[in-house]
Design a protein around this ligand. Structure first.
Ligand SMILES: [Zn+2]
Ligand SMILES: [Zn+2]
Length: 241
């Protein structure tokens, strides 16, 4: 677990055959009103729980899990985390929450071949991701949680209900899998993806003043160049028509 700054903590994903998403803990620990952003791949819950405890954060102060989106590498270990933190709320944008509620796991697996592989490889139960979420954060919603303020942006394209969290005070962006370091962006070939929407989402993120980029995978970046997201969007635009 690394401290990005006061109130923002980073637990690095442990990729193993399939990527395991990073997890961020946001909120001032003294508030005892912390949020976990994404949880990660199936089988990758235990080390994250230990990492939280190592930081001296009581699991009971983790009040909610905010999902940037519900792909398997981000939501896979939810059953494990729920066992350790039974009262934790789950927040998902309504476009993906509606699917989870219906037991439609296409937004989790993205494609059928992947679903079959995951069920075999990880022994995932058939209805593991059939659930009713506690809250559906909407575009433009301002979250005042953990003595911090985060703005919600709906940024579809990589997935239909993808959201970013943006902290304007410290200029921190948590964009899920929409944009990464090294001019990389999320894939746009899975169920619910849309290249044109991804381009629009990138252009929207490019308008933000971002100093710290905390993506779902790969490196985190401090001191992000001012035009970084705009340049990334421009570079990918020909492929996102
Ligand atoms: Zn994803
Ligand atoms: Zn991912």
């Amino acid at each position: 677990m690394a401290k990005v700054q006061e109130g923002v903590y980073f637990i690095q994903g442990q990729d193993e055959f399939i990527p395991d998403s990073h997890v961020y803990i946001i909120g001032e620990p003294s508030s005892k009103d912390l949020s976990m952003v994404d949880v990660g791949l199936a089988g990758k819950g235990a080390y994250k729980v230990r990492a939280i405890e190592k930081l001296g954060i009581a699991l009971s102060s983790i009040k909610r899990i905010i999902m940037t989106h519900t792909h398997f590498d981000h939501i896979g270990c939810l059953p494990e985390i729920k066992r350790e933190i039974p009262d934790v709320e789950i927040w998902v944008h309504k476009k993906e929450a509606e699917l989870l509620a219906k037991g439609d796991d296409r937004a989790v697996y993205g494609m059928n071949e992947f679903k079959n592989m995951c069920e075999m490889q990880y022994g995932v139960e058939k209805d593991a991701f059939t659930l009713t979420v506690d809250h559906t954060p909407e575009d433009g919603e301002i979250l005042e949680i953990g003595n911090m303020v985060w703005e919600v942006l709906h940024i579809p394209g990589h997935s239909m209900g993808g959201i970013a969290l943006y902290n304007p005070v410290s200029k921190i962006l948590i964009p899920g899998d929409v944009v990464y370091a090294d001019y990389a962006i999320g894939r746009f070939d899975l169920f619910g993806a849309n290249a044109r929407e991804l381009k629009e989402s990138l252009l929207r993120l490019a308008e933000l003043d971002v100093d710290i980029l905390l993506p779902g995978h790969n490196q985190i970046v401090k001191g992000l160049p001012a035009t970084y997201i705009k340049e990334t969007a421009k570079m990918w635009a020909p492929y996102l028509a």
